[in-house]
Design a protein around this ligand. Structure first.
Ligand code: CP
Ligand code: NVA
Length: 318
């Protein structure tokens, strides 16, 4: 079954949505997770009956692909995986035409690609919801799972301090946006030359967020309830520059010493995939403070809530 919305509900960035809307999605994710875990998931199985999600991947994925696909199956729908190089998109068909064609076949589309503008373009020309499954600019679906994970472990994130160590990359941008919407303090320890986009920080500060960039990781993590990091070499970053990046980021590795400088009950978070001995030591990621596998599992529950929200707008039959 395909449906279309008069005004599709897209999920392209955390900052596009109000704090209340995002909180509603998290509440829905937590409820669906509870029901699923306690075996009270029967009613969920028909939620997406007949609905189809297309997923375009122009970069690799393990968690995003599997969590979206399982979310659709769990709720009675189906997912189609489309690899960028197999689509006519890879041979010059426009994003606009791809958006119009997909809108005739499926009910929503998730896309993972490098260029953020092309995701906005896809949404502009689609009559179905578009979800951002990661761009070079942001990774909003990840952040919904991350906030869910933090709150399961340590209660409301509001007013808490969270420290990010390493690269000012796509995931860092979504943490910055989340700091504004979920009202927590974000301390980023980042080497000179790898700062997040200035515009992202300016936007978050203009929304009242408490965001500070440090050069000293031990100073940044003081009193933080979570220490977060990500790969030093993201998909699309040049491996040719790998040795330089590893040398520059080495002082920002999350080690036992770094965790000892954070709050006594600080948790460790990482969106994965991780590189032990680079951005995080094995003792930390495999130790008791690590929440990384809960975080990965929560992608499933967050994804269900995001898809539900996207499809909950006014729906008109095609
Ligand atoms: N964290 C995350 O998005 O993982 P994948 O790249 O495996 O989807
Ligand atoms: N920053 C990483 C996140 C992977 C989920 C990347 O873009 O490769």
């Amino acid at each position: 079954m395909t449906t279309s919305q008069a005004i599709p509900r897209h999920f392209l960035d955390i900052r596009d949505h109000s704090a209340d809307t995002l909180r509603g999605m998290l509440d829905d994710a937590a409820k669906m997770k509870r029901d699923w875990k306690s075996g009270r998931s029967g009613p969920q199985r028909a939620m997406f009956e007949g609905l189809v999600l297309a997923m375009i991947f122009q970069k690799p994925s393990t968690r995003t692909r599997i969590s979206f696909e399982v979310a659709m199956r769990d709720l009675g729908g189906a997912a189609i995986v489309l690899h960028g190089d197999e689509l006519q998109l890879g041979r010059g068909e426009t994003i606009a035409d791809t958006a119009r064609v997909l809108s005739g076949f499926v009910d929503a589309v998730m896309i993972r690609t490098a260029d953020h503008e092309s995701v906005i373009d896809l949404a502009r020309h689609a009559s179905i919801p578009v979800l951002n499954g990661l761009t070079d600019t942001s990774h909003p679906c990840q952040l919904m799972a991350d906030i869910l994970t933090f709150e399961e472990a340590r209660g409301s994130v509001r007013g808490q301090k969270i420290a990010w160590l390493g690269d000012g990359n796509n995931v860092a941008h979504s943490w910055i946006q989340a700091a504004a919407r979920f009202d927590f303090e974000l301390a980023l320890a980042i080497p000179v030359g790898f700062d997040p986009d200035h515009e992202q920080i300016q936007w978050a500060k203009s929304e009242g967020a408490s965001i500070k960039i440090y050069r000293d990781p031990e100073e940044a993590v003081q009193d933080s309830r979570a220490v977060v990091t990500d790969t030093w070499i993201s998909m699309g970053d040049s491996e040719a520059d790998g040795a330089n990046r590893r040398a520059r980021f080495a002082p920002y590795q999350v080690t036992g010493k770094i965790m000892a400088s954070a709050a006594p009950d600080a948790i460790f978070m990482h969106c994965l995939p991780a590189h032990r001995g680079e951005e995080v030591s094995a003792e930390v990621i495999d130790g008791p403070a690590s929440m990384v596998f809960a975080e990965a599992e929560n992608r499933l529950h967050a994804q269900k809530a995001l898809i539900r929200w996207c499809l909950a707008g006014p729906v008109a039959p095609k």
